[in-house]
Design a protein around this ligand. Structure first.
Ligand code: SF4
Length: 91
C-alpha cells in the first residue's frame, strides 16, 4: 500500500495523527504507525529489521535506515498501518 497516501490523498501529519497514527521521528523521514490497522504480516520487519523491531522501544527507529529504503519497506505494508512523510514533503 502506498505509504504516502491515505485514501488516495498525500498524507499530512494532521490527518495521520487525527487518524490514530503514532509518529516516529527521523532525520529525513518520519514514520507513522497505527496499531489498530496492523495485521502482523511482518513485511516491515522482514524489509528492514534495524528500523522495525518488534519488542524494542521505540519499535520504529527511522534513522537506522536510509530514507528511500525505509519508504520502500513502508510501501510493502499491506494494511496501511505504516505511513511516511519525507521531510522535504512536509515543507
Ligand atoms: S508491514 Fe504493516 S501490517 Fe505488516 S506487521 Fe508491519 S505494520 Fe503491521
Amino acid at each position: 500500500m502506498d505509504g504516502h497516501l491515505l485514501a488516495g490523498t498525500p498524507v499530512t501529519e494532521d490527518t495521520l495523527l487525527a487518524g490514530g497514527y503514532r509518529k516516529y521521528i527521523g532525520e529525513t523521514i518520519d514514520v507513522y504507525y497505527n496499531k489498530e490497522l496492523c495485521i502482523h504480516s511482518g513485511n516491515c520487519v522482514k524489509g528492514n529489521a534495524a528500523v522495525f523491531e518488534v519488542g524494542r522501544r521505540p519499535w520504529v527507529i527511522p534513522d537506522n535506515g536510509e530514507a528511500p529504503q525505509v519508504a520502500q519497506v513502508i510501501n510493502t505494508c499491506p494494511s496501511g498501518a505504516l505511513k511516511f512523510i519525507k521531510k522535504e514533503q512536509a515543507e
